[in-house]
Structure formats: structure tokens, C-alpha cells
Ligand binder design. Structure first.
Ligand code: PRT
Ligand code: MG
Ligand code: ZN
Length: 133
């Protein structure tokens, strides 16, 4: 096991997970937030593809395994308290399963009454995530 992993406080919330925010290394856009356990982070480091622990399915999930829209791992940052991660990555295609480049594609102003869509979808989700049946 890589020694940098030893410093990360995976046990804080009792589920062996830390939040992992993904940022585009070039544009600095915030792309998505997922959760990692040791195994997910080790796989990320080993393969160079950002991999999460998906809580509902209780399994490892390499982003892009269906869509091909992977996140190429570039580097890792840790916060002061060592209980969350910032992953710098190079996205291949749009990150969000809605087709938007980032999962954070809606914005509300302080005075606003609704969420405004601030990016354009880059693909049609029905095409990319064809329903298996
Ligand atoms: N592709 C995505 C995807 N891309 C980005 N995200 C973001 O990733 C976050 C974490 O994923 P999940 O919510 O699935 O994981 P979790 O929060 O641990 O578990 P639950 O919310 O399911 O309990 C989401 O909140 C989204 O903001 C995605 N969440 C889910 N998917 C699904 O993942 C599947 C595979 O897609 P690809 O990885 O692109 O091939 C498809 O079925 C997609 O619908
Ligand atoms: Mg979720
Ligand atoms: Zn999304």
C-alpha cells in the first residue's frame, strides 16, 4: 500500500470513506464530488483513472466505465485535517451523466428563486447511457 494513504483519515465517519472533490486541472472547474475508500484511491493511483466507492451499490466505480468519459488522474491534494481529498484530473469528455461538463451546472443567485442552467450539455445521455433491456 502506498504510504501517502496512511495519513488519510478514512475512519472518521465510520464508513471508511472520505469525500473526494474532482477539479479539472486545466480549467479549474469543479467537476463532481464522490467518495473514496482506500481501495478506490489505490486503484486510482494504480490505473491513472479516478475511481470511487459508490455507496448505494457498495462497489468500486471507475468514472467513465460505461460512458468512456473517464477522469485522468493528475495529482492529489489533502486538506489540513486530512479528512477530504481534492483530485486534480483531466476529464475526457463531459463528466456529468446529464451530458453537462460538470455536475455543478446549475446556479442560484442569492436573490434568485430558481436554479439557472449555466452550461451546455455536450452529449445526449440517452445515447451514451443506453438502457439495457
Ligand atoms: N455517470 C455518473 C456520474 N458522473 C458524475 N456523477 C456524480 O458522482 C456523484 C457520486 O456518484 P453516486 O451518487 O452514484 O455515488 P454515491 O453518492 O456514493 O452513492 P448514491 O448516491 O448512489 O447512494 C453523483 O452525486 C454525481 O454528482 C455521476 N453519478 C452517477 N453516474 C452514473 O454512473 C453510471 C456509469 O457512468 P460512467 O461512469 O460515466 O460510465 C451511469 O449509470 C451514470 O448514471
Ligand atoms: Mg450520490
Ligand atoms: Zn452529474
Amino acid at each position: 500500500m502506498t504510504s501517502i494513504l496512511e495519513q488519510i483519515k478514512f475512519d472518521k465517519t465510520g464508513d471508511g470513506l472520505v469525500p473526494a472533490m474532482i477539479q479539472d486541472v486545466n480549467t479549474k472547474d469543479v467537476l463532481m464530488l464522490g467518495f473514496m475508500n482506500r481501495e478506490a484511491l489505490q486503484k486510482t493511483l494504480d490505473t491513472g483513472k479516478v475511481t470511487f466507492w459508490q455507496r448505494s451499490r457498495q462497489k468500486l466505480w471507475t468514472k467513465g466505465e460505461t460512458s468512456g468519459n473517464v477522469l485522468k488522474f493528475v495529482s492529489l491534494r489533502i486538506n489540513c485535517n486530512e479528512d477530504s481529498l481534492l483530485v486534480l484530473a483531466e476529464p475526457v469528455g463531459a463528466t456529468c451523466h446529464t451530458g453537462h461538463p460538470t455536475c455543478y451546472y446549475r446556479e442560484a443567485e442569492p436573490s434568485g428563486e430558481d436554479w439557472k442552467t449555466i452550461t451546455e450539455p455536450q452529449f445526449d445521455p440517452d445515447e451514451v447511457y443506453k438502457t439495457a433491456s
